[in-house]
Design a protein around this ligand. Structure first.
Ligand SMILES: [Ca+2]
Length: 169
């Protein structure tokens, strides 16, 4: 049974492309547990049908849940304090990024994690889109560049995060 998505739910996905595998390998180098399950992140902005906002290879755009996620391992999580006001505050900032190209150069910075904590151009890889959304929603104060594994580690710490769904749709 697939979950009912709420605006502001965030997700992590695992892709088997060469790039996805390369990202997980780089993440694992810096991971506290030495492994990385997911290489991509985004959030949902609408309930039914679920529509996402993500930094994808064709730019900052969206996909439709669950059709366009089929075959990908996904973990969906919800912050206890996400509400309509916070959601619109976060989305208001991310709307400025829609249609922007994918910042491939920042993937290189993420190879050396401390460098990824510097973001002079204000461009975002996938997990940084989620992080910026949460920052402007007032749900994190951390502005150092997160990768998808950082996000997973945060989610598994539990409250205020709760897993909504995990699996392969
Ligand atoms: Ca990990």
């Amino acid at each position: 049974m697939l979950p009912k998505i709420q605006p502001g739910d965030i997700f992590l996905t695992r892709g088997e492309s060469l790039l996805g595998r390369a990202i997980r390998t780089a993440e694992a180098l810096w991971a506290p547990d030495g492994r990385a399950e997911y290489n991509h992140a985004g959030f949902f902005f609408c309930t039914c049908p679920g529509e996402s906002i993500e930094a994808l290879p064709n730019g900052i755009t969206g996909r439709r849940w669950p059709e366009e996620f089929r075959g990908e391992k996904i973990l969906i999580a919800r912050h206890r304090e996400m509400d309509p006001v916070r959601f619109w505050q976060g989305l208001g900032r991310i709307e400025m990024e829609l249609g922007e190209p994918y910042p491939y150069h920042r993937l290189l910075l993420h190879l050396i994690k401390p460098l990824a904590e510097i973001n002079l151009l204000d461009t975002y890889v996938c997990s940084e889109i989620v992080q910026t959304f949460l920052f402007f929603a007032g749900l994190t104060r951390d502005r150092r560049g997160w990768n998808p594994d950082d996000l997973e580690e945060i989610i598994w710490q539990g409250d205020p995060w709760r897993i909504v769904w995990g699996g392969v749709p």
